[in-house]
Ligand binder design. Structure first.
Ligand SMILES: [Zn+2]
Length: 438
């Protein structure tokens, strides 16, 4: 039998597939060709089946699906650690003041590149972003080879009332420009129900339906938000979204800290996904989302870091640990959110939340090759009785050694291959000098 020519063979590692049977393959092989996974299995079954252009020995290592960061504002890495110790409302006020001065294509690209570096280094291969739209950012994403979920973000934010990029025509033109990109997955977005209006939400529904694309927004993050929305619409944020037809299997809601029992049921019934962001919710004292109850009700819950200004890092492993610990603490029930479930929130549930479960989130033949290799020959991961336990409670971002996205190696032996880390850090430090003067 003639050998199949493939681009990559990852040889000898333990494969944590996150497929529907949650198969774990010891001493395995993953074959990658033209951006996709073409074969997975045990090393002793492979024979001379493949003729690889490149082979990577991953013995003593574990191959996991690239993780999905379901909510964030990438370029807010520029404001990391700038404003701590205040409520969401006064935090937003301060952030908007700084953004009005500092936001430009150049600064957003630098902040976004820094975000991608941090996410790649901690095992994230796909992330949702909601921020100012510049073509330069999308060019940077393509250069980096990272997978982005993004799209027109409607908002009426103080200082930016005259933005031209948040109306029906601009959104449609934007979607046309990036349609079909292999790394940029388009969604309609609204900052929130309190920073948009009925007309904007209706335009979003129209565009999302015309294009058959999903929708992302912040919802029910703080008690202050609930009061604002109650004054504006006489409803809760969830009720507003429901009334215009914006709940459903293509909708992803960030936060959902303050939900009634009825609203949790409604999210489950409409197959609406949630991005849980525990660090940001705790740091801004927004509260603690009822994640264990949402999961029990059947809501698809993913995990997001939110922006680095309110977290202050983009490390999903850290976020997952917090998600598990906090739910155990507040429910008084240590059995809620076991390791395997939390790891599925980082991978396949995250992929479902951003509408990509048929393409990423698990290691299966036919899916895109978004793969992360973790070095388990590390003191903090020794011994290992349960891989999922280590992914949630023991792992550190520094255990990630290789990252592949869309079949292309992006980080190898912790060396960034597509992004110039020193240059990006230096650019961001330069922008920080300007921010200090505001
Ligand atoms: Zn956010």
């Amino acid at each position: 039998m003639q050998s199949l020519i493939v681009d990559f063979l990852l040889v000898g590692g333990t494969i944590v597939t996150m497929d529907s049977e949650r198969r774990i393959i010891q001493n395995g092989i993953v074959a990658v060709k033209n951006s996709k996974i073409v074969w997975i299995g045990a090393l002793d079954q492979v024979g001379t089946r493949f003729d690889p252009a490149q082979t990577l020995d991953v013995s003593e290592k574990v191959i996991i699906p690239g993780m999905v960061n379901a909510h964030g504002h990438w370029a807010m890495t520029l404001f990391r650690g700038l404003i701590d110790d205040c409520s969401l409302e006064s935090w937003l006020e301060k952030i908007w003041k700084v953004e009005a001065v500092i936001i430009s294509a150049k600064s957003v690209v630098a902040g976004s590149e820094l975000a991608m570096i941090e996410m790649i280094r901690s095992g994230t291969t796909c992330a949702a972003d909601m921020y100012w739209q510049y073509d330069e950012t999308f060019e940077a994403v393509r250069r980096a080879g990272f997978r982005m979920v993004n799209g027109p973000s409607f908002a009426n934010i103080p200082g930016f009332e005259n933005r031209k990029d948040v109306n029906y025509n601009a959104a449609v033109e934007f979607l046309d420009r990036y349609h079909g990109d292999p790394l940029i997955h388009l969604r309609m977005q609204a900052h929130s129900t309190y920073t948009t209006n009925q007309k904007m939400l209706e335009d979003i529904v129209r565009i999302a339906e015309e294009r058959n694309i999903g929708f992302i927004t912040h919802a029910s993050e703080s008690k202050g938000e609930l009061e604002l929305v109650r004054k504006k619409y006489g409803k809760t944020p969830i009720e507003v979204l429901d009334s215009v037809g914006l709940l459903g299997e293509k909708t992803l809601l960030a936060h959902c800290v303050h939900l009634s029992d009825v609203e949790i049921e409604r999210l489950a019934e409409t197959h609406t996904s949630v991005a849980h962001c525990p660090s940001s919710n705790l740091k801004l004292s927004s509260g603690i989302a009822r994640v264990a109850e949402m999961v029990r009700a059947g809501v698809n819950v993913s995990i997001g870091t939110d922006g680095a200004a309110s977290n202050n890092d983009l490390d999903l492993f850290h976020e997952a640990q917090l998600a598990a610990l906090v739910q155990k603490g507040i429910t008084g029930d240590p059995t809620v959110l076991p390791g395997e479930k939390v790891f599925s929130m980082l991978t396949i549930d995250g992929a479902r939340a951003v509408g990509l479960a048929d393409r990423v989130g698990s290691i299966e033949v036919g899916k895109l090759a978004d793969l992360v290799v973790v070095d388990f020959d590390s003191a903090n991961l020794t011994p290992c009785y349960d891989l999922y336990s280590h992914f949630i409670y023991a792992i550190s971002a520094s255990n990630v050694c290789h990252v592949m996205i869309n079949g292309k190696m992006i980080m190898q032996n912790r060396q960034m291959l597509t992004l110039d880390e020193e240059k990006v850090k230096s650019q961001v430090r330069g922008i920080a000098q300007q921010i200090r003067l505001i």
